[in-house]
Structures are given as C-alpha cells and as structure tokens.
Design a protein around this ligand. Structure first.
Ligand code: ZN
Length: 483
C-alpha cells in the first residue's frame, strides 16, 4: 500500500570532480612559468562546465516527488553561483509567488556568501594564491495541486562550497508554503487537514524509516521529530495522489543524510486530508474566549473592530439595539459578512424587568425583525440591557440569554490600556465571555491589542454560541442563561 519512491537514504555526494586541467597548470606554474594566481584552481572552466555539473546533480536529486518536465536556469556570474530547477506553471500568479520566494532565498544566499568572502579577503587578500572560493546554490522547486482547493509549493536547496579543488555539500534545506488556489492567501495546516493527521503520518513515517534506513543513520533524538506532537509534520506537499512530509537535515537522520522526504498515498491518509478548505476551525480541546460588543451597530468604531477581527480571522458577537440598525445598516451587514454573530439587545436599551409582558415581547420581536430584514440573518442570542433580567424577561424573550463573565468597563474608562489590562489580568480566561461596547474608538483600540494577545497566548476567539456549544456540548437553548 505504500509508495516508496522518495527514498530518504541518499548516497554520500560524489559531486567532487577534480580538475585535471588545473593540476596540469599547477605543475607548469611550479616549474617556473608565470601564470596569474587567480587563474589557478578554478573548479569550473566556464559556464558550460558549471552547467553540465548542475544538470548531472539535478538528475540525481529526488527530494521533491513527482518531478515533471522541469526547466533548469543557471547564473554563473560570480563566485556565488546559483541554479534553479522549476516547472513552467500555467498559473501566472502562482509563478510570481514562487519566484518571489526563490528570489528571497537567492538574495540571502548571495548576501551571506559576500560577507563570508569579504571576511576571507580581509584575512588572506595579501596571499599570492588568494582568490574567492567557488560557491554554488542549487534550488529545486515544485508546485502541487491538492485537488481540494489548496496549492503547496516546495523549495529544496543544496549549498556547495569549494574545498580542495572540488565542491563539497555544506547544507541542504526544505521549505513549504500552503496557499489557497483561488487567491493564494496563506492557509494554515488545520484548514486542509484534520487535527489527527499527525497521528496517521507519524505511524507511517516511523514504520517506513525503521524498515528502510540503517539504524546508525538516525540521530539520537530522532523520536522527538517523528512523534505526532504539534510542530511536527508541518512541512508537506499534497498532490492529487500523495502527501509528502519533509524533515530538515540533521533532525531525524544525521546531517550527511540531508533532507528526508517520506511520501504516503492520499488513500492511506483518508479523511485526515479534508475534501475542501475550511475557513475556520475550532479545536474543542484548546482554550477559547468570546468577545461580545453591545449597543451597536456602532458606526466607525465598530467598523474598526470588525477590520481587526477580519485581519486575525477571528469572530465575535455583537448585541445590537433595534433602533440603531436601519440607520447603520452598512455596519450591520458587514458584521454578518465577516462571519460574526448578531445578538438582540432590545429595541432602545430598555430596563426590561420594569416592562409588561407585551412590552418586553415588543422590544425583542421588533429588534429581531429589523436585524433579519437588514442583514438577512436572524439573531441567535439575546442580552438584556444592564444585565437586568427575570423569569418573566427570559420567558418573553424566548431566546438564549447571554450575560458575561468579564466586564471591561470600557464605557466608563474609555481607555484602551485599561480595557486590555482587565482582560490580561483575568485568571483562567478559557470559556469566559468578555463584555465591551462597539461605540467607542478606545474599545476598538483595545480590541487591536486584545485579539493578537489572545491568539499569542493560545486562545481561540469565537462567538458566544460557539463557546457555549463547545463548553457545554449543546447549542444555546432558549430560556437558559449563560455567563
Ligand atoms: Zn447595553
């Protein structure tokens, strides 16, 4: 059932061709003929010879699977030579994306070589036989279409440095990029693979390497890179037929074994490779927080909040006042467009406990009606103004009632730092509902601090309904209060 094409055992590189010509020149020079020292010992006579060595090496290179009709281009203009093997791509945007990554790699390589050669020259520049060493960077690239809406780009490099008139391999690297096929936006692994993909990949990879690679080629800490822990199996490409995982040099296997590639069939990975890209994924086992904003639609301040949420690909719940929705329809609509949840906060911020049954119903129903009409989406949850509620209110509202667990007092302080601090210093934030208001610029500013801070600290930022669903195991129910 396994696909064994991408064998990780790579023979020690024998791309060391001593130049007989250089040796002859040296012999002549040593019996008294004057020849400019920089003419001696050059590894390649000219670009043609460089090119033929490059072609030879590329033929042996098999880290990237499914090599197709690839093109090789070379640059032999200075002592930091480069070569690139690539597919001519139909997708022009993807070609631009790939070429930019290649340029970044080339530029940092050239800069690094220039610096190390400058240091050599400073030290040995006076020597009669000094000349810059020859360096070569070979780049191999491939783009894979998963057939499920995702593209993966892999860039593999091998770096060589002149040593004793031959080229010695000093480094090899692998990098992969995962993007959406339609607009090339960066995707997270979780959007294309289910969380248990690492378990499957780990079982296969361990067994495969155990049966194909000699024990003495493994690094001592190899297991740490092969377990299904987070952080492992993050470099991969997905084609229509295979998933290939890559391991950096000197991780699983010893450094001289280079980058390791292990391919497995898509059929082996089964549904752990998703059939399409999912836009948002909530991991029930990871902490989550619901940000809630009352009293909107909140015009410019809320739009700024929405921009921030969108930027970080997170969502929140906005509790709207019915009487504001028509005049700020644009904000309400964009709230839905970015995937946020809309809740009902009464028509005009009434103290509901002091109203008659009929008036409570009016406050709630009118608001649901206008929100549905303007946004196309019916509010799912309800929050009584001032948090003031009773059995009567709950019964008349007949919606899940949402209170809060963290009150930022943003309306009172109007100070982004204070609001942020309030969230930061809350203990055990997991499962908490945070109360803010979408009317204030300071609250928008606070949101711009809170959201990245939450994400950096491992929290998922979800809607109130999502929070309730994942924390209680059930969707929010009408007549129940959640806080
Ligand atoms: Zn309110």
């Amino acid at each position: 059932m396994e696909d064994n094409r991408n064998t990780p055992k790579k023979k020690r590189n024998r791309w060391n061709i001593v130049l007989a010509v250089a040796a002859v020149v040296l012999a002549i020079a040593s019996i008294g003929l004057y020849i400019a020292p920089q003419m001696l010992f050059k590894v390649y006579d000219d670009e043609d010879e460089f090119r033929s060595h490059v072609d030879l090496r590329y033929r042996q290179m098999n880290v990237l699977p499914d090599a197709r009709s690839r093109v090789v281009s070379t640059d032999y203009s200075d002592s930091a030579a480069t070569a690139i093997r690539y597919d001519p791509l139909q997708d022009e945007n993807m070609a631009v994306f790939r070429d930019q990554r290649i340029r970044d790699i080339q530029n940092s390589y050239k800069k690094r070589i220039a610096e190390s050669e400058a240091a050599r020259e400073k030290k040995h520049g006076e020597d009669m036989f000094y000349r810059p060493l020859q360096h070569v960077l070979l780049i191999d690239t491939a783009v894979y279409d998963s057939g499920t809406g995702a593209l993966t780009l892999a860039i593999y490099t091998e770096e060589y440095r002149e040593k004793d008139e031959a080229m010695e391999k000093v480094d090899s690297t692998i990098d992969t990029w995962l993007v959406a096929k339609d607009d090339l936006r960066a995707l997270k692994t979780i959007q294309v693979m289910a969380p248990d993909y690492r378990e499957k990949a780990s079982v296969f990879t361990k067994e495969y390497l155990r049966t194909t690679v000699a024990e003495d080629k493994f690094n001592e800490g190899a297991a740490a890179y092969l377990d299904d822990d987070e952080g492992n199996y993050d470099k991969f490409v997905i084609s229509e037929s295979n998933v290939t995982f890559f391991f950096d040099q000197d991780t699983v296997l010893k450094k001289d074994q280079g980058v390791v590639a292990v391919s497995m069939l898509r059929s082996y990975m089964g549904p752990t490779v998703r059939s399409g890209i999912i836009e948002r994924f909530i991991d029930p086992n990871k902490p989550m927080v619901a940000l809630t904003y009352d009293d909107g639609p909140g015009g410019d301040a809320e739009k700024r909040i929405q921009r921030c949420l969108k930027k970080y690909n997170v969502v929140a719940t906005f509790f709207y006042l019915g009487n504001r929705v028509k005049s700020d329809a644009e904000t309400a609509k964009s709230c839905v467009a970015i995937g946020c949840e809309i809740g009902n906060h009464s028509w005009d911020h009434a103290e509901l406990t002091s109203l008659s049954k009929e008036d409570i119903r009016k406050e709630i129903n009118k608001t649901n009606k206008v929100i549905t009409k303007v946004t196309g989406v019916r509010p799912t949850v309800f929050r009584p103004p001032y948090g003031s509620t009773s059995d009567k209110v709950r019964k008349q509202a007949n919606m899940p009632e949402i209170l809060w667990t963290v009150d930022t007092l943003d309306w009172k302080s109007r100070d982004a730092k204070k609001v942020f601090k309030k969230v930061k210093k809350t203990k055990k934030l997991d499962g908490k509902i945070i109360l803010m208001h979408s009317l204030y610029d300071e609250t928008a500013e606070a949101t711009e601090k809170i959201v990245p801070w939450l994400l950096e600290n491992g929290y998922q930022v979800v809607t109130v309904s999502e929070l309730i669903k994942y924390k209680t195991g059930e969707s929010p129910k009408a007549g129940e209060t959640y806080e």
